[in-house]
Design a protein around this ligand. Structure first.
Ligand code: GSH
Length: 226
């Protein structure tokens, strides 16, 4: 049985976009797993993997950290239903999400995120995210960011929009890892912020609806922020 160490917030919210990638990859493979919720202050739970970040999986004798390595491990260990029929596309989407999309998304939701961590994790998140942003006035930072930030986020999605103009999923006729990467990106704000990031007539909105329905509504059923 696979064990997944998944980042948990207050009220058992599970926002981590990287953990979502791993969960959606496991679903794609039809694998079940044991879930181990962990807070920011519970890194001792993943010390066995020499990891400072979630997700980590324990799969029999194998310990794998980092969502990208987890996806690669799953394709190697369970070759049915490849997650990456087009590995170059998957690699591009992974880097684009991490290096461009998340960067413009984060300022729009940072205060909502800080508000929803477990009380025990609050000092850590205030200090670490405060250092990253240069302020601990997250509410003001977020309010200011949203002035141009939502438009910047939508603009960063343009490469996906152009693909989805012509095809149902980033991976073609059916979803694969590139789609799970981007769905993870959307499940992150959905879990910790009431902010709607997309306009209803955006092809990405319709794609997101299709993706939320995958695996019997797995993403849609996950507790979302109100
Ligand atoms: N490259 C890693 C990134 C993982 C990552 O940054 N996870 C965040 C949660 S979204 C984390 O665990 N952060 C711990 C911290 O900030 O202390 C992956 O793809 O798995």
């Amino acid at each position: 049985m696979i064990t997944l160490y998944d980042l948990a917030f207050d009220k058992d919210l599970r926002p981590s976009p990287f953990c979502w990638r791993a969960k959606l990859a496991l679903k794609h493979k039809g694998l079940s797993w044991r879930d181990e919720p962990c807070g920011f202050s519970e890194k001792h739970k993943i010390a066995f993997a020499q990891s400072q970040t979630y997700p980590v999986i324990h799969d029999g004798p194998e310990v794998v950290k980092d969502s990208w390595l987890i996806a690669q491990h799953l394709d190697a260990a369970y070759p049915d239903k490849p997650l990456m029929p087009n590995p170059a596309l998957a690699k591009f989407v992974n880097g684009w999400a991490d290096g461009a999309v998340h960067i413009v998304l984060f300022p729009n939701v940072v205060s909502d995120l800080v508000d929803r961590v477990r009380p025990l994790d609050k000092p850590y998140i205030v200090e670490s995210r405060g250092k990253r942003l240069g302020t601990t006035d997250f509410a003001a930072f977020q309010a200011n960011a949203r002035g141009k930030g939502v438009a910047a986020f939508r603009a960063a999605l343009e490469p996906a929009r152009r693909m989805l103009n012509d095809q149902k999923f980033l991976s073609g006729d059916s979803p694969a890892y590139p789609d799970y990467i981007l769905l993870g990106t959307f499940l992150w704000p959905r879990t910790i912020s009431p902010l709607e990031l997309l306009e209803k007539d955006d092809v990405i909105y319709a794609w997101r609806e299709r993706m939320l329905d995958q695996f019997d509504g797995f993403g849609r059923k996950a507790p979302a922020a109100v």
